[in-house]
Design a protein around this ligand. Structure first.
Ligand code: F6P
Length: 403
């Protein structure tokens, strides 16, 4: 089931529900997929796969414009790898990508199919590429999408990768499309939560995405003035956290904002987590079954119990993946997309564009799938220092100039 603005509608497992813009693309491009050998003009494909993030459309636009500028025909494959497996391709031209720079989501649609794809699919993909007359494909996507791209590449499929995930943790690159927009959303949410937390003198626990790493929590929490930031990279205990929050309260700080990355290991935080939270404590019904409380909900419940301070939990969820891309994401997606098209045109298959030493570079896809890029220790230390967590002390900002 996929949630739409109209409610829950059934869709084929793994297939993204068609969006308004997917429909527009289907209507605005040539209806028939090209057959091989029809044209001597070289052709390049582009697809978006896995979880979306703001900036995908800016990257698609750059691939299309750069490809056309180099004398190529560019074809968009719909709904990630599914489009390639089914030969579901649409011709893209300047008109197709007009006005999409500032648009969130992806006009090509996406799917999680990459997770299920096995090596046997490589032969089908190669056949489809030949049938469509495509020399290769620019693949814009997350970990799973790039893993599939790497697997296919090892089986002779021509691909160039572009890193995209708001988690910002793909190995080999200092930046992934979507991170800046997501972090901006987190910081804006924290600005809003500050005012209501202060009015009610509450503890606010804010859970953000980042299933394996703490980049979003650290950058968003730092920019949004969180008082504690909990990430998988830095162990903590609930007793210590509760003492920290209580100390803030006793020190005259009327409220506290605690940001939690969804990937924190709550089981490792000491024996303070409730074994069986009641429905009121986070066991609400979802999809007809009782869902597990999230890490943020478990930590919020324990904090209230241990400190006696009124606590509320906000799970930001997919709102972090939506909306218009930030200026930085528009720029990075444009630079990555154009560089990926250049690499494909130069026949540098099996590579991925990356940000290295703040420059757009080309690395081997193998490097990008070699592991996760964890949040760097310097950022963790900085957040600990600026929140006072490092010393266990609480900062109380005094005016520099005596009044
Ligand atoms: O984009 C990665 C991510 O944001 C993770 O942090 C999160 O766990 C996941 O996507 C959830 O995505 P979905 O609900 O679309 O599977």
């Amino acid at each position: 089931m996929t949630r739409t603005t109209h409610g829950f509608v059934p869709v084929e497992p793994g297939l993204a529900a068609p969006t308004l813009h997917t429909v527009l693309v289907e209507q605005s491009v040539s209806p028939a997929a090209p057959a091989s050998g029809v044209s001597s003009t070289p052709r390049l494909g582009v697809l978006t796969g896995g979880a979306d993030s703001p900036g995908l459309n800016a990257a698609i636009r750059a691939v299309v414009c750069q490809g056309i500028g180099a004398g190529y025909q560019v074809y968009g494959l719909l709904n990630g790898w599914r489009g390639l497996l089914n030969g579901d391709a649409r011709r893209m031209d300047e008109g197709t990508v007009r006005d999409i720079l500032a648009l969130g989501g992806t006009i090509l649609g996406t799917s999680r199919l990459s997770m299920a794809m096995d090596q046997a699919d490589a032969a089908t993909v190669r056949e489809q590429l030949t049938h469509l007359g495509l020399r290769g494909v620019v693949v814009i996507g997350d970990h799973e999408t790039l893993q599939t791209a790497h697997l296919l590449s090892r089986h002779g499929v021509h691909v160039v990768g572009v890193p995209e995930t708001m988690d910002n943790d793909i190995a080999g690159t200092e930046y992934c499309i979507g991170f800046d927009s997501a972090v901006t959303t987190v910081a804006e949410a924290l600005d809003k939560l500050h005012t209501t937390a202060s009015a009610h003198h509450r503890v606010m626990v804010v859970e953000v995405m980042g299933r394996n790493t703490g980049w979003v929590a650290l950058a968003g929490g730092l920019a949004g003035g969180a008082h504690r930031i909990l990430v998988p990279e830095a162990p903590f205990t609930l007793d210590e956290l509760a003492a920290f929050v209580s100390k803030r309260s006793m020190g005259g700080h009327g409220f506290s904002i605690v940001v939690v990355a969804e990937g924190v290991n709550v089981a490792a935080t000491g024996p303070r987590i409730a074994d069986n939270p009641s429905p009121q404590e986070g066991g609400a019904l979802l999809f007809g079954g009782r869902r597990q409380p999230t890490p943020g909900e478990l930590i919020g419940e324990a904090l209230e119990r241990l400190t006696g301070l009124e606590t509320r939990v906000t799970v930001l969820g997919h709102v972090q993946r939506g909306g218009s891309p930030s200026v930085y994401d528009r720029l990075m997606a444009s630079r990555f997309g154009a560089a990926a098209a250049d690499a494909a045109i130069a026949g540098q298959w099996g590579s991925m564009v990356a940000l290295r030493d703040n420059k757009v570079s080309l690395i081997a896809l193998a490097e990008s799938v070699s592991g996760l890029r964890r949040a760097d220790a310097e950022l963790v230390r900085l957040t600990e220092t600026l929140t006072g967590a490092a010393s266990g002390g609480i900062y109380s900002f005094k005016p520099l100039v005596a009044g």
